[in-house]
Design a protein around this ligand. Structure first.
Ligand code: 4AD
Ligand code: MG
Length: 461
């Protein structure tokens, strides 16, 4: 196949007068008085390349009749464009139609609701908005690796199939090869020792525990992979399969953890502003007015920090407008989180030192005996975007906590071993990748920032 240039390359550094080949999908066909214009997009950027077709071109009537979404290959001469809105256009010499499209194509020129687009998730990447979102998503994923690589963090691949429920919330999807109609039973209970792995296993909810093992060997590490939660919540911020970035640092405390989170978050906002400008401008115009200014203000701001105790006190003063109760010892709900970050602070905020009973077993007990060294980072629009903590590195306290919470010591013997030999203070956090993309693009539903969302009742494509 003839080598092609991508639309992005052509628009940024195409040489006027050169003969080039471009391949892509037709967005619109506009018949002018003497010529016909095709707007051609190939996904490399938001903009389309204008193709000018003269009436003398072979198959001219057919080209004029091309439907939105048709795939074509065009060879032509790049020329300066007299029209406003673009610097160059391509004067077609030869057009090959590789795949036609017609009026039944669901993505005609009009704007569609995000809800409708979800029902055609196999086609929606071809729309302007989803195109912008997925280009931002790809660019940010690469920026994440660059951020950690530049700081000497080791990238570790933690397992997807695991026997441990890190968060202890009982939200694991089971992984098994047993016949669901006749599982082996012992005294009326399923015998998982007869299963593929010889024990009960599921899809991981977090790579943290394995990440900790690596931090205690490589000092600074991170994971970036899919995680799964069988949470039956149908909200705009939850999916059953999402990606999480989890750094873990040896010889670090909660404050070092928060500093890393802040630096990381700011870096990613700046990256988006500098590298995804065209897409952000589009989203700023059609999805969230003020998106660009919001991200710019984050890139320079320093983030607030508030004790959980203070958050509860301040929320109690405004209660009456919340659906869920606010009281020391209860977890903060999304409505509370958003009120704190949007109304009380007006920007990103770390809430630190939560009551131990609402947090996971691995968090480090504070000297007061009632709270743990936990931090959640909350941001406007999204609420909780990061959850992290300093880990309990003292084996006696860790074992005591596991016993209190009914967590089997046998199942986590390997985790306890790290506290037995060469234990050290360490801390880390998890950033929900989709929530980050929501924040950076202004999209309000998490289903619209992941290519194929998995939610209760939905896993078709
Ligand atoms: O707060 P979480 O549960 O923390 C952990 O999993 C820790 N093991 C992380 C660590 O310390 N290494 O989850 C972390 C983040 C949340 O703040 C949220 O952004 C995202 O993961 N998240 C979800 N995103 C989409 N859908 C869901 N169902 C999510 N559950 C959590
Ligand atoms: Mg959390």
């Amino acid at each position: 196949m003839e080598k092609r240039l991508r639309v992005r390359e052509i628009l940024t550094r195409g040489e006027v007068g050169s003969e080039i080949m471009v391949k892509g999908w037709v967005r619109t066909v506009r018949e002018g008085k003497n010529v016909t214009f095709l707007a051609l997009n190939d996904g490399s950027c938001m903009a389309a390349l204008q193709i000018v077709v003269e009436p003398g071109a072979p198959d001219y009537p057919e080209i004029c009749g091309l439907g939105t979404g048709s795939a074509v290959m065009v060879r032509g001469i790049l020329a300066e464009s007299p029209a406003s809105g673009q610097n160059v256009e391509l004067h077609a010499c030869e057009i090959t139609i590789t795949g036609r499209s017609d009026e039944s194509y669901p993505l005609q020129k009009k704007r569609h609701s995000f809800e409708y687009l979800r029902s055609i998730a196999h086609l929606r990447p071809r729309t302007n908005t989803l195109g912008a979102v997925f280009r931002v998503r790809s660019s940010i994923a690469q920026a994440i690796h660059r951020f950690f690589c530049d700081r000497g963090f080791l990238y570790v691949h933690t397992p997807i199939i695991t026997a441990n429920d890190c968060e202890g919330a009982g939200e694991m999807f089971r992984v098994t090869t047993m016949d669901p109609c006749k599982p082996p039973l012992v005294e009326g209970r399923v015998d998982y020792s007869a299963d593929f792995f010889g024990q009960s296993t599921g899809l991981t909810v977090s790579g943290q525990l394995e990440g900790e093992l690596f931090a205690l060997a490589f000092s600074d590490i991170y994971t970036f992979g899919p995680t799964f939660r069988a949470e039956n919540s149908n909200t705009a911020r939850h999916v059953a399969e999402f990606w999480m970035i989890e750094p873990e640092m040896a010889f670090a405390d909660l404050m070092a953890d928060a500093s890393l989170a802040e630096e990381f978050f700011r870096y990613l906002c700046r990256h988006a502003l500098e590298n995804c400008r065209e897409d952000l401008e589009f989203l700023n115009q059609y999805v969230e007015k003020g998106l660009v200014t919001r991200l710019e203000s984050i890139a320079d701001a320093s983030f607030a920090m508030m004790e959980y105790r203070e958050a509860v006190e301040r929320l109690t003063k405004v209660s009456g407008q919340f659906k869920y109760p606010v009281e020391w010892g209860l977890d903060l709900q999304t409505e509370h989180e958003r009120y704190i970050t949007e109304n009380i602070v007006g920007g990103p905020v770390f809430i630190v030192n939560y009551p131990k009973d609402i947090k996971a077993f691995y968090m480090r007990l504070n000297d007061d005996g009632r709270t743990v060294a936990a931090m959640d980072m909350l941001v406007p629009k999204v609420g909780e975007i990061i959850g992290g903590s300093q880990r309990e590195e003292r084996i006696d306290l860790l074992e005591k906590r596991m016993t209190e919470m009914g967590i089997s010591h046998e199942g986590l013997w390997w985790y306890l071993d790290t506290r037995r030999w060469g234990s050290c203070p360490h801390a880390g956090f998890g950033l929900g990748f989709e929530r980050l993309i929501m924040y950076l693009t202004g999209m309000e539903n998490i289903r619209d920032v992941i290519p194929f969302p998995r939610t209760p009742g939905h896993a078709e494509f």
